[in-house]
Write a protein that binds this ligand. Structure first.
Ligand code: NAD
Length: 479
């Protein structure tokens, strides 16, 4: 087999692919081996100013480009992503760690978003509103909001940038994107597809750097008219404050602590086996993951037995190995966090049904872990684990399950398993979550709005809703 070589890393500013040169660099590490894949150039203030200077002229070109042409570029880019999907998926697995099958799926779904929003670019219409005064014509227009600063994390290095870029570019915005520094080559490969598809220079720019410095610099600039962020709640709060200082709208997709309600009339096998697959997919580093499994007491023992059996069957390893289902954690911070959460729960009386410790091999591996009898005071009952830890808890009545599900400030995803029509209505109505799966764990689709409530954020990405926050309303009233 030909040896795969990791892509060189750049900043992409005003249509130029800039090498490190004199800039600071940081290593990009393969989390399955702990070895360096390459060195990432970090943007300094002068680079960010170059990007800001290019963003407005590029916006003027792009927003005046015919919708059909904008759509053509996005569709051609999607086709290139599909053509290059094997290469991009391999980059992703090397730098982020997830199983190659998952990386392949992610690249194809990222391409789906560009196709979906290419179509939406052609449907940005307005309204003619009847006036209450004779001879007056009232037009409501929706226009691209302006240059966007977007920040995406390391865990979904293709689909998270894709959700933001596809909608913003379809709307006619220019974008400066700062992807996660831990998995940079994937976002650069998507940008290369857009560049090769004919996106005018400066419409998309990619920078890396010290995250806090980059976001402070970009958001403070009057050039930026809109901010979008995916990541943790504390950083989301900070960026909200920065956006507020410049009275700029912000879309936030933050963390979750997904509850799963399993009722005694449910298909317990599907809930348990599917639950283990869902919880440990992406090594649990997924904001919409199911974390707290709340199971009606009469079926709790059966559910726990099946869930643990399914967890033990999962193959953990290097994502490049075709047998692997669960890869490493993305970085040592994550590994230390899992150890701390388990130690804290056990010290307070929790039982480890399986896993509970790091795996003794190079890289950042932690065994898929199932905890039971976890006291409410344990950290894992409040903090998003964002890793391979599941918590099982019995409940008596629907009301108890809903109260526990809605207890936290997180409200991103929630799941329920039941065959009872009344219970379906009650959980659909009562669960506080932006996205709810009933009798299934696969809840994401290009045509659906992705987003949370409460501290999980606001604004939707995807669906017909996804383009709205890159547009602004203007009316023209003509006498
Ligand atoms: P973090 O909050 O430090 O970083 C998350 C992302 O935000 C990273 O890409 C980082 O580069 C970026 N970031 C951090 N500080 C920033 C700043 N001041 N300005 C702009 N961007 C900034 O978290 P982490 O250590 O990478 O992960 C820890 C936790 O973050 C996880 O346990 C999880 O709770 C949460 N997280 C959530 C998601 C999600 O999909 N919602 C993704 C990644 C991390």
């Amino acid at each position: 087999m030909q040896k795969f070589s990791y892509d060189p890393l750049y900043l992409f500013i005003n249509g130029n692919w800039l090498e490190a040169g004199q800039r600071d660099t940081v290593p990009v590490i393969n989390p399955a081996t702990g070895t360096a894949l390459g060195r990432l150039p970090m943007a300094g203030a002068a680079d960010l100013d170059l990007a800001l200077a290019a963003a407005t002229p590029a916006f003027d070109v792009w927003r005046h480009t015919a919708p059909e042409q904008r759509a053509r570029v996005l569709k051609d880019a999607a086709a290139l992503m599909r053509e290059r999907s094997e290469h991009i998926a391999t980059l992703m697995t090397l730098e982020e760690g997830k199983a190659l099958t998952e990386s392949r799926d992610e690249v194809l779904r990222a391409a789906d978003y560009f196709e979906w929003f290419a179509e939406e670019a052609r449907r940005i219409d307005g309204r003619v509103v009847p006036a209450n005064r004779p001879g007056v014509q009232q037009l409501v227009k929706r226009q691209a909001i302006g240059p966007v600063a977007a920040f995406t994390p390391w865990n979904f290095p293709a689909i998270t940038p894709a959700r933001k870029l596809s909608a913003a570019l379809a709307a006619g915005c220019s974008v400066i994107l700062k992807p996660g520094e831990e998995s940079p080559a994937t976002a650069l490969a998507l940008a290369r597809c857009l560049d090769d598809a004919g996106l005018p220079k400066g419409v998309l720019q990619i920078v890396f750097g010290v995250p806090d410095q980059v976001s402070a610099h970009l958001i403070a600039s009057p050039v930026i008219r809109k901010v979008a962020f995916t990541g943790s709640v504390p950083v989301g709060r900070l960026l909200s404050q920065r956006a507020a200082a410049g009275v700029k709208p912000i879309t936030l997709e933050l963390g979750g602590h997904g509850p799963v309600l399993v009722f005694e009339d449910a298909d317990i096998d599907a809930a348990a086996a599917g639950g283990a697959a869902n919880r440990f997919r992406g090594t649990g580093q997924i904001c919409i993951s199911s974390t707290r499994f709340l199971v009606q007491r009469s079926v709790y023992a059966r559910f726990a037995e099946q869930f643990v059996a399914a967890t033990r069957k999962l193959v953990v390893g290097d994502g490049m190995d075709p047998a692997t289902q669960v890869g490493p954690l993305a970085n040592p911070r994550q590994l230390e966090k899992m150890e701390a959460l388990v130690a804290d729960a056990v010290a307070q009386g929790a039982k480890v049904l399986t896993g509970g410790k790091r795996i003794d091999r190079p890289g950042y591996f932690f065994a898929p872990t199932v905890l039971a009898e976890v006291p409410m005071s344990a950290r894992v009952m409040h903090e998003e684990p964002f890793g391979p830890i599941a918590v099982l808890r019995p409940f008596e009545q629907l009301e108890d399950a809903l109260a526990e599900a809605n207890r936290l400030p997180y409200a991103l995803s929630a799941y329920a398993f039941t065959r009872d029509a009344r219970t379906v209505l009650d959980v659909g109505d009562g669960l506080e979550a932006g996205m709810i799966g009933i009798n299934q764990y696969r809840i994401i689709a290009t045509e659906l709005p992705f987003g949370g409530m409460k501290e999980s954020g606001h604004g939707s990405e995807g669906g017909i809703e996804g383009i709205n926050h890159y547009l602004t309303n203007k009316f023209i009233s003509q006498a």
